[in-house]
Design a protein around this ligand. Structure first.
Ligand code: AMP
Ligand code: ZN
Length: 471
């Protein structure tokens, strides 16, 4: 029996045992990016938390079906499109491409579906109609449709809004607003001239208009995952109003619990990091790539702090992560090429696997999982020094590293992470081979030194020359 899987549920403010409702497949809905600007590293901290969640669930042996929406119509996008004299589509399409490129760079697994809000307008209209029929929504004199929060007695249960703060009758039309303004919110907004020119207006029973941001997620989640999700997740800033409003719309329409678990990731604080000197602009994935910070290092940096704790972006921490993953990479290489192990190597591997599972299944405690991994690396390196010949033990160690890495994904990939270096090293190794062939050993030694100066160690063996980056 695997250890119990536990998750913090924002709804109850406590860590609870979790299992999928059907015992097999975990249905996740995670709020995705608003595609008007490339996502920053803060957004990606949240997406990495969801990646960790889905991989931990897979390690536990359940299937995952994750839906992540792409918000491609909202106030911010329309404003941007209007400023640039573009349609919302012209704004969102290139940004969506960048999102997927950045996501792949960070090794964030693909969700099973990435629905775009603009592809679900009929479902959204139907949801608004249901809410009208149930008497919890009304058409106001501004031709927009609002949700009447005082008709939904559970309003505020996720964000623990004090009912005295709820203003009945007052209305808010914008997508994002503060707790102090808990008011009737817009489900369907009457089209403005800007909406029309930017291609953000559709026909509806209430006239031309467009969906409110909160409505998008309710309609897509219900359409693609059914009335009750196993887990709904996003960044902590979405608890209010976004998730509170999603609950109101969904539950008032279906009468079912919208999500069994609500999981929220804490913020990445990037203050000061924009001016980072040594590592360049590290607040975007583009900046990270340019500064040659590998996905492995970013993942280590993010996972080294529990997802419910705030995390500060700093060069020191990033550099420490770059060093840490180098150690993991060296170890992976050593395991791959070692001739054999010792029985103690297998014992250490078993212990590491058990500790990593216990940590990850305990509300995704990735920092503890990393701790267990590094303890294993330390012990295993000592065992490999003893040059044993136990093939099964070696195999077990490889398998454990691969399973752990299947969740954390922090083994750096030399060829992907630094293609320039790889090209240069290969060119230098070819020149060295040529020098040795013509017996110019002085030149061959000079090239070896050139490699060493760039932190590359080489090892001549029967199968040719192997190299690795040592710093
Ligand atoms: P947005 O594109 O603004 O809709 O945000 C996409 C996701 O990123 C949401 O789940 C937000 O909660 C999350 N998010 C925004 N800023 C940060 C941050 N600084 N740290 C962590 N998550 C964030
Ligand atoms: Zn959402």
């Amino acid at each position: 029996m695997p250890p119990e899987f536990r998750l913090y549920n924002t709804m109850t403010r406590s860590v609870e045992p979790f299992a999928p409702a059907d015992g097999e497949t975990v249905r996740i809905y995670s709020c995705g990016p608003t595609v008007y600007n490339p996502a920053h590293l803060g957004n990606f901290r949240t997406f990495l938390f969801v990646d960790l969640l889905r991989r931990a669930i897979a390690l536990r042996g359940w299937n995952v079906r994750q839906v992540m929406n792409l918000t491609d119509v909202d106030d911010k996008i329309i404003k941007r499109a209007h400023e640039q004299r573009k349609t919302i589509r012209q704004v969102t399409e290139p940004v969506t491409e960048v999102f997927h490129r950045d996501r792949e760079y960070l090794r964030i697994q693909r969700a099973e579906a990435y629905p775009k809000a603009t592809d679900y307008i009929p479902q959204m209209i139907a949801l608004v109609q249901t809410l009208m029929d149930r008497g919890v929504a009304y058409l106001a004199d501004d031709k927009s449709v609002y949700f009447a929060i005082d008709r939904f007695p559970k309003y505020g249960k996720l964000s623990r809004l004090d009912t005295r703060e709820i203003k009945t009758g007052a209305r808010v039309a914008q997508d994002d607003y503060s707790k102090e303004n808990a008011q009737d919110f817009a489900l369907w907004k009457a089209a403005t001239p800007n909406d029309e020119v930017t291609g953000a207006a559709w026909d509806s029973p209430w006239g031309r208009g467009r969906p409110g941001w909160h409505l998008e997620c309710s309609a897509m989640a219900i359409d693609l995952q059914g009335e009750t999700l196993d887990i709904h997740c996003g960044g902590i800033d979405l608890i209010f109003p976004h998730h509170e409003d999603e609950i109101a719309q969904s539950e008032a329409a279906t009468g079912q619990t919208f999500a069994r678990f609500w999981c929220h990731g804490a913020f990445l604080l990037t203050e000061g990091a924009k001016m980072a000197k040594r590592l360049g602009n590290v607040t975007t994935v583009k900046g990270m790539r340019e500064a040659k910070i590998s996905a492995a290092a970013v993942r280590h940096f993010v996972f080294n702090t529990h997802y419910r704790k705030e995390l500060n972006l700093s060069e020191e921490a990033l550099e420490a992560s770059m060093n840490a993953v180098r150690r993991v990479g060296d170890f992976a290489e050593r395991l791959a090429t070692a001739p054999g192990g010792t029985p103690e190597l297998a014992t250490a591997a078993d212990a590491a696997m058990a500790e990593v599972e216990a940590a990850l299944f305990d509300d995704l405690n990735a920092p503890n999982a990393l701790g267990a991994l590094f303890t294993f690396i330390h012990k295993a390196n000592a065992e490999l020094d003893r040059k044993g010949s136990d093939a099964a033990a070696l195999e077990r160690a490889r398998e454990v590293l691969s399973r752990i890495n299947g969740v954390l994904d922090i083994v750096p990939d030399r060829t992907v992470d630094d293609p320039e270096l790889v090209e240069w090293v290969e060119d230098r190794l070819a020149a060295r081979r040529a020098a040795r062939e013509r017996r110019d050993f002085a030149e061959a030694d000079r090239i070896r030194q050139e490699l060493v100066d760039r932190g590359v160690a080489i090892e001549d063996g029967p199968g040719g020359t192997k190299w690795k980056k040592v710093r």
